[in-house]
Write a protein that binds this ligand. Structure first.
Ligand code: AMP
Ligand code: MG
Length: 343
């Protein structure tokens, strides 16, 4: 069933029209967004939504985010819009913030993986907005990678994972934010952060006052607990190489990694901090530049596989601001394996 001759479309008027036409026929199209590339389908077509799970190899119990291009498209999808959601949408939509609502009867079970809620976002990427608007329906779109591998931030990344599995990819250049959206649950008494992303906890608190950070953001799910966000329980974002996060100063990191040097050992470090390493390395932004780290972290994880590493020691980012999202993704790609170095 996966024998497409996958086409690369430009993010121009022709490409947008072509993408919208495929989506209206129930086909899948990978589209650029400001966070990462999304694998889009008509969210109101259960058959099209099921294809997303098949093309990605995504577990059936992991729900999808629905993307809209206009605030008026929110109301039909949900049973109520809490005040906090109204205020957050006003301030941060379009942008990298996903909000969870109680879903209306319009949202197919397939989108929400059987939950009574639905995740909704209005992206800010002009090509994404144009495609949603032209398609005339909300689009369900998870990240356009094969399940488990690092999220794609270029059309080339998508092609690598999805060639032959989908009819088209729209090339909109590099995703500027680079990590997926912040996921915020607004169905309870207090807003709950389920996944950190482009909108930081400080930015949310500035609007809502209160915010609970779900324990799955920085910790491992306990065996047998029911996660608030099903996606957080899976090993995720991983290259083929085994990733180990290493907390410590540049000097301690360099000495530690050099003590491990050998066949298949590599490092992922901050810009300008690789000179004294005795193993191959890739960099992912400055130590004090979390926005750049977010922009480059998934590409760096993909480049690790290109140098055929077996194990990669990755310098641990500070979990502040958007750095919390970078830390959260790297923790998962490392399967929660963290080494803390004594200074
Ligand atoms: P992705 O589409 O790859 O960005 O993943 C979507 C993320 O949003 C996953 O972590 C999902 O578990 C989460 N998500 C989607 N819908 C819901 C929902 N209704 N309730 C809680 N989390 C959700
Ligand atoms: Mg994903």
């Amino acid at each position: 069933m996966f024998d497409y001759d996958t086409r690369l479309l430009k993010g121009d008027r022709n490409g947008i029209n072509e993408a919208a036409s495929l989506l209206s026929k129930g086909e899948l199209v990978a589209i650029p967004t400001e966070t990462v590339y999304g694998l889009a389908a008509n969210a109101l077509n259960p058959g099209a939504v099921r294809r997303i799970f098949e093309a990605k190899g995504r577990p059936q119990d992991n729900p999808l985010i629905v993307h809209i291009s206009d605030i008026k498209d929110l109301k039909p999808l949900v049973t109520e819009i809490p005040d906090n959601a109204r205020m957050l949408a006003q301030k941060y939509w379009p942008g990298p913030l996903t909000m969870i609502f109680h879903r209306s009867g319009l949202v197919p079970d397939e989108v929400s993986a059987g939950l009574s809620t639905v995740a909704i976002r209005m992206p800010s990427h002009p090509v994404a907005l144009a495609i949603i608007s032209k398609a005339g329906v909300p689009l369900a779109a998870p990240s356009a990678n094969r399940s488990g591998s690092p999220s794609p931030t270029t059309a080339g990344h998508v092609l690598k994972d999805m060639a032959g599995r989908i009819p088209a990819i729209v090339d909109g250049g590099e995703s500027p934010v680079g990590v997926e959206s912040t996921v915020l649950d607004l169905t309870g008494d207090v807003p709950r952060l389920l996944r950190p992303g482009g909108i930081t906890p400080e930015q949310i608190r500035a609007v809502t006052g209160e915010l609970v950070i779900d324990s799955a953001v920085t910790g491992r799910m306990e065996e047998g607990t029911v996660p608030h966000s099903p996606g957080m329980k899976y090993r995720h974002y991983s290259p083929k190489a085994k990733v180990i996060l290493v907390k410590g100063s540049r000097e301690a990191f360099t000495a530690f990694v050099n003590s491990k040097k050998g066949e298949g050992v590599a490092a992922m470090c901050f810009d300008g901090e690789g000179q004294d390493l005795q193993v191959p390395f890739v960099t992912y932004g400055g130590r004090n530049d979390p926005a750049e780290q977010a922009h480059r972290v998934f590409d760096a994880l993909r480049r690790i596989d290109e140098i055929d590493a077996r194990v990669v020691y990755c310098a641990c980012p500070e979990p502040d601001g958007i750095g919390l999202a970078v830390y959260n993704r790297l923790l998962r790609s490392a399967g929660f394996e963290v080494v803390e170095l004594d200074e």
